[in-house]
Design a protein around this ligand. Structure first.
Ligand code: MLC
Ligand code: AMP
Length: 494
């Protein structure tokens, strides 16, 4: 894709786009690296024609190079969770028919066996980089650009496909609504296989000409040191991160807390999302920092859909109003639109921000749309002009620390344990994580299983954040007349 048709990177060439540790990169340096990477990927061909290129890279200049290089060369970018277990990676790589995997040399040894098994070429960013830039392909807005894996109510995560048009709509609505500008500086410490980090922070920042500080993980001391020095004017995180910040304040001296809180106070915007922000947290954050958290609602399939206003009242416990260009409608169980306030219904979304399809899964794609509206599975009410999320229609989705987890996926893994006869996984309300993954297990005769044994066994079989936080042993799981486990009964039990 030619630079003039490429709004993803702002054209203010000499401005600092990215900071990674002690290194910084201007917009023109990022642009040049993306071109050379695209050129190396093309390697003499005209267009990647939607070839799926995966990358297994933490937040870094290499990640940004890979993402924009793939887009410029006409490929589909598939950013992977760097905390994935091998079994999860195998699913992502084979589901999207990945041909090339980009990873830093220090992770090649671990990735080589799976790449060999799936006939994938494993490369580092440096190995791909060419020395000259050829003519890059024209890539129309309708072309597929990215696949992100998301947990659903089925066993394995589905690949959410966005086109360039989708991604542009997801970025521009936020740039407009939250008044992103070249003057902004923001830290990015969220994982870069989900839209919160990819779209809301990285892509909006680079579109607007802002400076994005990259952290490979949520490194509280380093990030808060920068906050205290007044480096940032915008901060975006999941509720668990604000909770962890408050917990961190309890362990440091008052002077340190005061300067961090002053750093937050001086910012123009603090945003919370990806999970419900408890009203208690909203109030605590305001007391500590003077910041009125702006809560918004989104989903991998739609980007952001609903947001409290940038100027105007931000209401605790509510997610606000539809973002520019996003159509939101609540529907009842008979698929009829709900027009009155106070009546709960499923949130359905329409607009250019909505994804194209689930990769290689037309059945799931069809089932997720009704008359052109995307069915989110989230239930809300409209209350005095503000949407309030009431819950989800599925008991098999758990939101832990901002990650959406499939209870069925975790159950599927736990069932392969030789001592486990039956298992149900539920999310139990938790002060830090929002919901904590909890396994309820009935063992085979004469078997025993402690929580520590279960945790150790899970190691390498699932990402560590999916590992149950608690285990409850029962003789038998409660079931309905059809023999299906009744999860609401389990919630009562816990
Ligand atoms: C880490 N751990 C978790 C966890 N994150 N457990 C449950 N849920 C989580 N979310 C566990 C680890 O497994 C480990 O366990 C221990 O906590 C320490 O790990 P860590 O990596 O050092 O933790 P920390 O850095 O503190 O991570 C917490 C976090 C992280 C909140 C920073 O979870 C995170 O980045 N969450 C955000 C995810 C995100 O971006 N979601 C957006 C999805 S998009 P042990 O036992 O091994 O010590 C979306 C749409 C939208 O939702 O609207 O935005
Ligand atoms: P994901 O599929 O990982 O993108 O997660 C999307 C889900 O996160 C949504 O369907 C909601 O259930 C949840 N979510 C996102 N933002 C909020 C919010 N502000 N309040 C409550 N739930 C939210």
């Amino acid at each position: 894709m030619r630079r003039d048709a490429y709004p993803y990177l702002h054209s203010d060439n000499n401005k600092i786009a990215l900071v990674e540790g002690s290194n910084s990169f201007t917009y023109s340096e990022v642009d040049r690296r993306a071109d050379l990477f695209a050129s190396g990927l093309l390697s003499g061909t005209d267009d990647l024609n939607e070839e799926r290129i995966a990358f297994f890279l933490p937040a870094s200049i290499n990640y940004v190079t890979a993402m924009h290089g793939v887009w410029r060369a006409g490929g589909i970018a598939v950013p992977l969770n760097v905390a994935s277990a091998v079994m999860e990676l195998e699913h992502y790589l084979s589901c999207a028919s990945i041909t090339r995997l980009i990873a830093n040399p220090d992770s090649h040894k671990a990735l080589e066996p799976i790449c060999r098994e799936l006939s994938i070429t494993l490369l580092s960013v440096e190995e791909v980089m060419a020395s000259t830039v050829p003519v890059l392909p024209e890539v129309s807005e309708d072309r597929r650009a990215m696949i992100l894996f998301t947990s659903g109510t089925t066993n394995k995560p589905k690949g959410v496909v966005s086109t360039h048009k989708t991604i542009r709509a997801q970025i521009t609505t936020l740039v407009e609504a939250w008044e992103w500008s070249k003057e902004d500086t923001i830290p990015l410490f969220l994982p870069l296989h989900h839209i919160h980090g990819i779209i809301n922070i990285l892509s909006c920042g680079l579109w607007a000409g802002a400076t994005v500080h990259l952290f490979a993980k949520f490194d509280i001391p380093r990030i808060t040191e920068q906050v205290a020095s007044g480096t940032y004017n915008v901060f975006m995180a999941v509720p668990t991160i604000y909770i962890k910040l408050i917990q961190y304040f309890d362990g440091i001296e008052n002077k340190g807390v005061q300067s961090i809180c002053d750093g937050f106070k001086a910012m123009r915007l603090n945003i919370s999302g990806s999970a419900a922000c408890p009203v208690k947290l909203f109030n605590q954050w305001q007391d500590l920092t003077g910041q009125v958290l702006l809560e918004r609602y989104g989903m991998t399939e739609i980007g952001m859909g609903i947001s409290n206003p940038y100027t105007g009242e931000r209401r605790a416990g509510c997610v606000g109003q539809p973002l520019p260009g996003v159509q939101v409608q609540l529907f009842d169980d008979n698929n009829s639109p709900i027009t009155a306030e106070g009546i709960p219904g499923e949130i359905r979304i329409r607009g250019n921000n909505v994804f194209l399809e689930y990769w290689d899964n037309p059945k799931a794609t069809n089932e997720s749309f009704e008359s052109g509206w995307f069915r989110t599975g989230d239930v809300a009410i409209l209350e005095d002009g503000y949407y309030r999320i009431m819950g989800r229609s599925s008991v098999d989705i758990i939101k832990s620390g901002g990650y959406k987890l499939s209870a069925l996926e975790i159950e599927g893994v736990l069932l392969t344990h030789e001592s486990v006869a039956e298992v149900a996984v539920i999310g139990v309300a938790d002060d830090t994580w929002g919901e904590a993954v909890t396994a309820i297990i009935a063992l085979n005769p004469d078997c025993s299983l402690s929580y520590d044994q279960l945790k150790t066994w899970c190691d390498g079989k699932m990402s560590s954040y999916k590992v149950p936080k608690a285990l409850r042993l029962v003789d038998e799981l409660p079931k309905n007349a059809m023999g299906k486990v009744t999860k609401p009964k389990l919630h009562e039990l816990i």
